[in-house]
Design a binder for this molecule. Structure first.
Ligand SMILES: Cc1cc2nc3c(=O)[nH]c(=O)nc-3n(C[C@H](O)[C@H](O)[C@H](O)COP(=O)(O)OP(=O)(O)OC[C@H]3O[C@@H](n4cnc5c(N)ncnc54)[C@H](O)[C@@H]3O)c2cc1C
Length: 417
């Protein structure tokens, strides 16, 4: 499925500058020329990591979309990263997932690293030569971050890390992994028991599990890291010792959730486009399925959900660019963005009839891929727990406010489209 449009819809004009519109068109062209021609190959070899497209996105500076210009980045802000992830996801959620998976640890480095660490990690990201990953999840600890068993033990001049990480986005592409590990005894409060470390992928003792295909997102690497007595210097601690929960949580809310909202949105658009195209061309008694009121009713519901998801995704990152407290909007955009797209994808499977079940049919890839935006950056249950806290006025931390100087680093060009 190629990108559906090179012109942002009018409803997004309040959020988009001229620079955003240029990025939109650039991403659509890239999707048409580079991504779409490779999709069949990616689907045919689901165990293979798609490296070439990461290299091509890197050459365009897109992994550095949030990185300050002084460090070689585009310094384009949060709406800009949503534009890139969303437009790429219209063509391939897998490629969009690759882009977004590095933007999460980049956000953590921006918010928690020292100046020296930023100089060390970010120029390589900006030029696309050194991607990052974030490794929080473990085989026995996903949503339950307090269950992290990977340990980091302080030695004379550094740390020794041992444990396993699972479902690490860009595991096979990253030159360094942001690993969250336990630095205090079991029983210590999670808010002080964890610490974040930057672990270079060539450190002795660090091994990668084999790339194994999942239900969807073929070509995206989300594999395992095994850490066996991996030694790293103290300079690789990100943030303060004991601040690992803050690093993981803030990165998930400020970067992971809006990124996943953008991936869901791209899939959602592709599903609606494929369905209207199908109904317009499927003939029935001299007319087409698009003429049937009962089917138009369902398409109307799909279009309604798509429009709602689009506004949720862009409004949230616009507020982030503006420095406005918006954790709840970021959470909701991820939560509802996925929910709405899943419902649309299920409707679409039914509207495409038996053809939807034929091997290799486009809609299957979209339906499989949308299942992958539920678990990362907080499952639906996690999002509803956070939103209930907001409803009861019990939310303890507003990361978009606490990290506002960084979140508002790149104010968008005020010139609107
Ligand atoms: C495409 C993709 C990319 C990913 N990328 C990364 C990455 O880059 N880095 C990384 O570290 N991880 C990544 N993950 C892992 C992701 O963060 C976890 O899958 C997620 O945290 C959920 O953990 P789990 O899968 O172990 O599910 P579990 O934690 O086992 O949860 C299973 C179910 O129980 C529910 N549940 C669990 N605890 C509670 C609770 N206390 N209250 C209510 N319900 C609960 C969950 O909502 C879920 O429905 C990725 C996953 C996917 C699919």
């Amino acid at each position: 499925m190629s990108a559906t449009s090179t012109t942002p819809p009018p409803a997004l004009h309040p959020y988009l500058s001229a620079r955003h519109a240029l990025l939109w068109a650039e991403a659509d062209t890239f999707a048409d020329e580079q991504v779409t021609p490779r999709i069949a190959r990616m689907e045919a070899a689901p165990d293979r990591v798609e490296c070439k497209l990461a290299e091509l996105m890197g050459a365009r500076g897109w992994f550095g979309v949030l990185v300050p210009a002084a460090l070689g980045g585009l310094d384009a802000g949060h709406v800009a990263r949503t534009v890139l992830v969303h437009r790429i996801a219209c063509a391939s959620a897998s490629v969009a997932a690759t882009l977004q998976a590095t933007l999460i640890p980049v956000g953590a480095v921006l918010n928690f690293a020292t100046d020296e660490q930023r100089q060390r990690w970010l120029p390589g990201v900006a030029e696309g030569s050194r991607l990052l990953s974030i490794a929080v999840t473990e085989p026995e600890a996903g949503g339950h971050i307090g269950g992290i068993e990977t340990t980091a033990t302080h030695t004379g001049n550094g740390w020794v890390l041992t444990g396993s990480k699972a479902h690490v986005g860009n595991s096979h592409l990253a030159a360094a992994h942001l690993v969250v590990a336990r630095t205090a005894a079991v029983g210590t409060s999670t808010s002080t028991a964890l610490t974040a470390f930057m672990v270079e992928s060539d450190r002795p003792g660090l091994t990668l599990g084999d790339q194994r295909s999942g239900l969807g997102l073929h070509g995206f690497s989300a594999g395992r890291l095994e850490l066996d007595q991996v030694r790293i210097p103290h300079d690789n601690v990100l943030g303060d010792v004991g601040q690992g929960l803050a690093v993981a949580q803030s990165s998930s809310i400020l970067y992971g959730r809006p990124n996943l909202a953008a991936v869901s949105l791209g899939i959602h658009e592709a599903v609606v486009a494929a369905t209207t195209e199908r109904l317009k061309t499927r003939t029935r008694y001299g007319s087409t399925l698009a003429e049937l009121p009962v089917l138009r009713d369902r398409v109307g519901g799909m279009e309604s959900r798509l429009r709602a998801a689009r506004i949720l995704a862009y409004q949230a990152v616009h507020l982030l660019d503006e420095g406005v407290p918006c954790d709840a909007e970021l959470i909701n955009s991820k939560y509802l963005g996925h929910q709405l797209a899943v419902q649309t994808a299920q409707d679409a499977m039914e509207l495409h009839g038996a053809h939807a079940l034929d091997r290799g049919y486009l809609l299957q890839r979209l339906w499989r891929d949308i299942q992958h935006t539920y678990p990362p950056a907080g499952t639906g249950e996690v999002q509803r727990i956070r939103l209930a806290d907001v409803a009861f006025d019990e939310a303890r931390i507003q990361w978009s406010e606490r990290l506002a100087p960084e979140a508002a680093r790149a104010q968008p060009d005020p010139t609107t489209v």
